[in-house]
Design a protein around this ligand. Structure first.
Ligand code: PMP
Length: 440
């Protein structure tokens, strides 16, 4: 149980009280409020490498990494230097800069499906703009998304499945009129038959299919190779665009993103549009979308699809992104990151098994997921069968021992290049003691 009485020695608690009076839920993004797990959110004062310190001076090994961007850990010297230099040159000009061109070149060099790219400031903006572009380029209204995938909080994407396959979705947020989501079809992830049926029914009206190739917003669920391949084939056959939302997986699971992994298994595989965010900004507000030249040239000022942003391609953010990309393109970076992530997951699995706690895990590059169940789920309804109360006890047990994982079982976790063997060992040690208490 977590007391809600104010504790005058607890600065996190004090700050949370102040915040709640002024900011809805005390936070500027809902998951930070610890609503799912209960207790007081930690107010972070500073971070360095793989560690963060809260307002009470308590240290945590950080497996959230700002929800994905901090692939080098916090305060990487080369990145800090680049940001400081850029800040001295100017925060924002509202005019083009050389660094935007350099960042476009650096991203496209690693993600060849993107012939052209546009920079924006958040994943939400990038996803929303990619959808508008897909609709504008095809002249079609309907979009297909999958249950449990998150693509930011644009109105047309805040949708859950309707009562049957032939019906369109319901808004998951108040403030989104039914008319706004009437063109959004929500299907089950990894269900080839449903996708085929949806195209059979609506094919000529479908502008795009948007999906997370590895869904990090239902913890960690991979699109099966067969599912990805069929999605590609169906989009091509029906003239719809395949949009891969790699906001989380881009430059995180591999240098070329998850699409580079599917391309190894599906000859000639590439998405039409790619959505990026998180790592490409290195912790600064920066995201992007891109794809074939003919599609991207439909964007204003060349084409009829409008899209814009006062801070898009921000000079400080692009400096941060470029410095981050410079580090992660060094040879062997992802091999080391993946090995460290696997070592963590193996250690956690062994600790859970030793205590008799069910545990299934998967990881790719510096992104991981784990479930307190015997087998990995394939879709969102299966993810929902996890024992939430048990996860909450695990979360708080780890937090008390200085290990900070995502405060919700629907979230993926992240390892950075700043995590040391010692960090991994301390984490496994903490988990061992929590798993023992869980099995009692
Ligand atoms: N797409 C995916 C796959 C995401 O994980 C997120 C955010 N976690 C977004 C889009 C939205 O990005 P942002 O929070 O930067 O708007």
């Amino acid at each position: 149980t977590h007391s809600t009485d104010p504790d005058l020695t607890d600065r996190n608690q004090q700050l949370f009280e102040r915040a709640q009076a002024l900011i809805p839920g005390g936070v500027n993004s809902p998951v930070r409020a610890f609503r799912a797990v209960g207790g007081t959110p930690r107010f972070i004062e500073r971070a360095r490498g793989a560690h963060m310190w809260d307002a009470n001076g308590q240290r945590y090994i950080d497996y959230i990494g700002s929800w994905g961007p901090m692939i080098l850990g916090h305060g990487h010297p080369a990145v800090v230097e680049a940001v400081q230099k850029a800040a001295l040159e100017g925060f924002s000009f509202g005019a083009p800069t050389e660094r935007e061109v350099e960042l476009a070149e650096a991203i496209i060099a690693q993600v060849p499906s993107m012939e052209m790219i546009r920079l924006v400031s958040s994943g939400t903006e990038a996803g929303m703009s990619a959808i508008r572009l897909a609709r504008g380029a095809t002249g079609r209204p309907k979009i297909i998304k999958f249950n449990g995938c998150y693509h930011g909080h644009a109105d047309s994407l805040l949708v859950k499945a309707g009562s049957g396959l032939a019906t369109f979705g319901h808004a998951t947020s108040a403030g989104v009129p039914p008319e706004v989501v009437q063109h959004t079809l929500v299907l089950e992830y990894n269900d080839v038959a449903q996708l085929e049926q949806a195209f059979a029914l609506h094919g000529p009206d479908v502008a795009c299919v948007i999906m997370e190739p590895i869904a990090g917003n239902m913890n960690f669920v991979r699109a099966s190779t067969a599912f990805m391949q069929r999605a590609r084939e169906l989009c091509t056959a029906h003239g719809a665009l395949l949009i891969l939302d790699e906001v989380m997986t881009g430059f995180r699971v591999a240098l070329g993103g998850a699409q580079s992994l599917y391309a190894q298994q599906i000859p000639g595989f590439r998405p039409d549009l790619t959505v990026l965010g998180k790592v490409i900004g290195g912790g600064m507000p920066l995201a992007a979308f891109g794809g074939p030249r003919a599609v991207m040239e439909q964007l204003a000022p060349l084409g009829p699809v409008y899209q814009a942003g006062t801070l898009s391609g921000n000079p400080v953010a692009t400096a941060c992104g470029l410095a981050t990309l410079h580090e992660i393109t060094q040879p062997g970076f992802y091999d080391r990151l993946a090995a460290r992530t696997r070592a963590l997951m193996d250690g956690l699995k062994n600790a859970a098994r030793a205590a008799g706690v069910p545990f299934a895990t998967d990881s790719e590059g510096g992104m991981f997921g784990f479930f307190l169940m015997d087998e990995l789920p394939q879709n969102y309804p299966q993810v929902l069968t996890t024992d939430g109360a048990r996860f909450n006890r695990l979360f708080h047990g780890l937090l008390e021992r200085g290990v900070y994982v995502a405060p919700a079982l629907y979230e993926a976790g992240f390892v950075s290049s700043a995590h040391t063997d010692e960090d991994i060992e301390q984490t496994i040690e903490a988990a061992r003691s929590v798993f023992e208490s869980l099995s009692k």
